[in-house]
Design a protein around this ligand. Structure first.
Ligand SMILES: Cc1ncc(C[n+]2csc(CCOP(=O)(O)OP(=O)(O)O)c2C)c(N)n1
Ligand code: SF4
Ligand SMILES: [Mg+2]
Length: 283
């Protein structure tokens, strides 16, 4: 299988945008895992990152802003054979979709969540997002953002997520390795991907991240939750990249016996007599 299999048309992203490497790494990780296009569903909400389903030749779904996780969860529940991957922005994931983010971690449905975190609302031209640092000046925050930025990786670990990682779109090979590991993980997996927006975020540039990011070494124990929380709090002069926390645990299908034992809906036989009987209740 080669890269061609996941090729699609041109994108509407700006030249130099950090989203390109994420799309490339996503395609390469699917090839590494031997996935065929029909076995994969990519889901987005609304935003620049959320356009990803339109730029890759797999099944795709774009929902509403902040509502990328519910359709992804629904698709996985009715078809456990499908590899379901959400690709969307940090505004979509942690802002308007914040409630879904929190409760989805608690449910632990086996989906992968790649957040293109550019610390800005890209599509709507540069307003502060949930991860914008304090003091960051934008057109609508002329005195600098004064809200405390969210720390999605620390939040996910404390909520009980079984796979939490951080990657950087400027290091495509490392990003691909993390993506492969995240997709292979059973249960919800989060990868917060630092993604420069070259048009509307003039602070958090490729150079800004390059100066700060470093990879977690072999000595780092990603099964130690307290250490992982401590590591996930690191931000500023030093930003760790890699799998911060990993734990095998029961996923949603394991916990619901009907789902565990039944076939995907698409492979189930449909008894039209029973459907007609059921429909009579609505007449
Ligand atoms: C329900 C709803 N609320 C708000 C918007 C406006 N809106 C569209 S994209 C967006 C923010 C996008 O930021 P992010 O999710 O970080 O994605 P990016 O464009 O940065 O990749 C907003 C607020 C919308 N389209 N629909
Ligand atoms: S506005 Fe920013 S996030 Fe959107 S395509 Fe351009 S560089 Fe990328
Ligand atoms: Mg954004």
């Amino acid at each position: 299988m080669n890269n061609e299999i996941f090729l699609t048309s041109e994108t509407a992203w700006c030249p130099g945008c950090g989203d390109y490497n994420i799309l490339d790494a996503l395609k390469q990780s699917l090839i590494t895992l031997g996935k065929a296009p029909h076995e994969v569903l990519i889901v987005g909400g609304i935003g620049q990152a959320a356009k990803t389903p339109q730029y890759i030749n797999t099944n795709g779904f774009c929902g509403l802003h902040g509502r990328s996780l519910p359709p992804a969860v629904a698709a996985k529940i009715v078809n456990k054979k499908l590899t379901v991957i959400v690709n969307t922005g940090e505004g979509d994931s942690y802002g308007e979709g914040g409630n879904h983010f929190i409760h989805n971690i608690r449910r632990n449905v086996d989906i992968t969540h790649f957040v293109h975190d550019n610390q800005i609302y890209g599509l709507t031209k540069g307003q502060a997002s949930p991860t914008t640092d304090i003091g960051h000046v934008t057109d609508v925050q002329p005195n600098g953002s004064n809200n405390i930025p969210m720390n999605p990786v620390a939040l996910a670990i404390t909520l009980g997520a079984g796979f939490v990682a951080r990657a950087f779109s400027g290091d495509k090979e490392h990003l691909k390795e993390i993506m492969v590991e995240a997709i292979s993980h059973k249960g919800y997996s989060l990868v917060d991907i630092l993604q420069p927006c070259v048009s509307f975020n003039k602070v958090n540039t490729f150079q800004w991240y390059n100066k700060r990011v470093y990879k977690l070494g072999k000595e780092y124990d990603c099964s130690n939750k307290l250490k992982a929380i401590e590591k996930s709090m690191e931000w500023g002069d030093k930003i760790p990249l890699g799998v911060l926390y990993k734990e095998d645990k029961s996923d949603f299908h394991d916990k619901v016996s009907f789902l565990r034992e039944s076939k995907p809906l698409v492979d189930s036989e449909i008894n039209l007599n029973k459907v007609s009987e059921f429909m009579k209740d609505f007449l």
